[in-house]
Design a protein around this ligand. Structure first.
Ligand code: URP
Ligand code: ZN
Ligand code: ZN
Length: 467
């Protein structure tokens, strides 16, 4: 057998199942040996460090067009550099279909945007905004067979919302093709009604975004999505779940044996609706405008419970970065009403440190659960396992080396994203990734991206939700 290219020596290997002291031997970009006293051409001393499967962020938005022409702060280069610095080795961005556009043309366009720029591996989810007979009958089935095995539908946003009949049609295709549907569950009409009322009352500051996107509207849509999925008999993922009310609908579904998976995100454990007040109900609150919005302390507690008890299967960033300056969120229109503030916040680089520090560090979740939520489960759910999300012989050598004792705050000045702020400025973190390896090559060290872009696009298999 040829010698090992690289040995990660002396660390504590952590998987979704266990932790143990071992060296990891890498050959040709894959894990070739796990054992003791391994030798290879190169060596990284991991004494005192944890060796985890690289993070898989299953929900990011990069280089996506917006309906009002606002430019997203990250393209595939800056977004994946930022991801790598934050301990990730794979991200799943969206290829967003603009109404009237062929889904196939849309996917090709995203491949052009990503080509040669990716510092992590990427794999596209599709966003279906225009489910024409051509899309449902030909394009979507063909794309699923080509390895795009998940797609997202929206129950709100003027330019993306599908009505119930369209959602049912998309679910039928998903069931037939064994593709996984991700649902943005917020009730469009309820949000529009509340928005009109708030505006009529002169309540137009970013803070009121949180009131317009009421948790009741999220709860209602979550139940509707679940009911539609039950009717068609198809598994679904409710993405970016923000609080107790929609969680109860998911638990209701599970208790009846329905295949409903759920995702939550850092903003729902680290931010609250009060953050949208800004400094004094001013435009600073726009830094926290995302949908669904952060809720209250009770919902934060419910989310932690859900991360512990399995209500949530995955923890993603929903990285959707817009700068807070005039090129992003701060426009005259956005200052005239919260409804024009681009929705979304950055988070691909801070997702893992926040969950590690607040979750593992504060004893809320185990290390195993951390790995499951952030790497192994996303790989399983989206058809990448066991090539990704595991530390096992034959798996890609995608690894994140963690210093569980390193303490420093999150600072915009230290981040690598294209955004000009972080909503988590000043948050004290203990436990940072100190080295990220993609197929055995270092892509970030001490939270700084390293080297040329070597990531590629991954074609995915069928979700384990169909097993
Ligand atoms: O506000 C958010 N989350 N924007 C991103 C788009 C989405 O709905 O995921
Ligand atoms: Zn969404
Ligand atoms: Zn999103």
């Amino acid at each position: 057998m040829s010698p090992l290219d690289l040995v990660i020596a002396g660390g504590t290997v952590v998987t979704a199942a266990d932790s143990y002291a071992a060296d990891i031997g890498i050959r040709d970009g894959r894990i070739a040996q796990i054992g003791h006293d391994l030798t290879g051409a190169d060596r990284i001393d991991a004494t005192g460090l944890l060796v985890l499967p690289g993070g898989i962020d299953a929900h990011v938005h990069l280089d996506q067009p917006t309906s009002d022409g606002t430019t997203m702060a990250d393209d595939f280069a800056s977004g994946t550099r930022s991801a790598a610095a934050g301990g990730n080795t794979t991200v799943l961005p969206f290829a967003l279909q603009i109404r009237g556009q062929s889904l196939r043309a849309c996917v090709e366009e995203y491949h052009r945007k990503a080509k040669g720029k990716c510092h992590t591996d990427v794999s596209f989810h599709l966003i279906v905004s225009d489910p024409t007979p051509q899309v449902l009958g030909q394009e979507l089935p063909a794309l699923v067979r080509d390895g795009y095995t998940s797609f997202k539908v929206f129950m709100t946003y003027d330019d993306l919302v599908l009505n119930d009949a369209q959602i049912l049609d998309v679910f039928e295709v998903a069931r037939r093709e064994r593709a996984l549907v991700m649902v943005h569950a917020e009730g469009h009409d309820a949000i529009r009604h509340l928005t009109r009322r708030l505006e009529a009352e002169g309540r137009t500051a970013p803070y009121y975004h949180g009131q317009a996107h009421a948790q009741i509207a999220e709860r209602e849509a979550t139940h509707r999505a679940i009911s539609h999925a039950q009717l068609i008999d198809v598994p679904v993922v409710i993405v970016h779940v923000s609080g107790r009310d929609p969680m109860e609908q998911i638990q209701w579904a599970r208790a009846r044996g329905l295949k409903v998976h759920a995702e939550t995100c850092p903003q729902y454990i680290a931010l609250t609706a009060d953050d949208l007040r800004g400094l004094n109900m001013d435009f600073d609150g726009a830094k926290y405008v995302c949908s669904p919005p952060p809720r209250d302390a009770d919902s934060q507690a419910a989310i932690w419970q859900g991360l512990r008890d399995g209500t949530f299967y995955i923890f993603s960033s929903d990285h959707c970065p817009f700068r807070i300056d005039a090129t992003g969120k701060d426009t005259p229109r956005a200052r005239s009403s919260f409804k024009y503030v681009p929705n979304g916040i950055p988070g691909v680089e801070t997702r893992l440190p926040i969950l590690f520090s607040e979750g593992v560090g504060k004893g809320r979740i185990s290390l195993q659960r951390f790995v499951a939520l952030t790497s192994t489960n996303p790989a399983r759910l989206y058809g990448l396992y066991p090539q990704k999300g595991s530390i096992a012989i034959g798996a890609d050598a995608d690894l994140a080396l963690w210093d569980p004792t390193l303490t420093r705050p999150i600072r915009q000045a230290d981040l690598n994203h294209g955004c000009d702020y972080t909503p988590y400025e000043g948050m004290e973190i203990t436990g940072w990734p100190v080295r990220t390896l993609l197929r055995g090559r270092t892509i970030a060290q001490d939270c700084v991206p390293v080297g040329d872009p070597t990531g590629g696009h991954l074609s995915r298999g069928t979700s384990e939700a169909f097993a």
